[in-house]
Design a protein around this ligand. Structure first.
Ligand code: 5GP
Ligand code: ZN
Length: 112
């Protein structure tokens, strides 16, 4: 996807504060964090949202979810963390490249 913001970040065409990278996944710090630690976990391959995922995305979805607690611990969230995937405009999604938010730290996160 030529003009997708997170594809550009994944390709290194736009800067990001990287937290983790492997062949399939990039993790970087959210530019407007809502908690002391706020990571975005993305597949490098473009997929618009959770609603666009199919059976072929099962492995990458599992990989992102399994990575979340490891990175949370690495970034000091030993008391726990919150995960969030906004899907579609109605779900508050603003960047249409699938991403898993992982955030926490500081004051206790309010219940939603
Ligand atoms: P969404 O609302 O789509 O679930 O989340 C998009 C997230 O991407 C927001 O939390 C926003 O702060 C973050 N974001 C938007 N543009 C950029 C950017 O250029 N760099 C980084 N690191 N984060 C971004
Ligand atoms: Zn993309």
């Amino acid at each position: 996807m030529d003009d997708c913001l997170f594809c550009k970040i994944a390709r290194g065409e736009l800067p990001s504060k990287k937290a983790y990278e492997d062949e399939d996944v990039l993790v970087f710090h959210d530019i407007h964090p809502i908690a002391p630690v706020h990571l975005l976990l993305i597949p490098k391959a473009h997929v618009e949202s959770l609603a666009s995922c199919a059976a072929q995305h099962q492995a990458i979805l599992g990989k992102l979810l399994l990575l979340a607690p490891k990175l949370a611990l690495e970034y000091g969230l030993d008391q726990g963390f919150r995960t969030m995937i906004n899907t579609g405009r109605g779900g508050g999604q603003e960047v249409f490249h699938l991403h898993l938010h992982v955030f926490g730290g500081g004051e206790r996160i309010p219940k939603i």
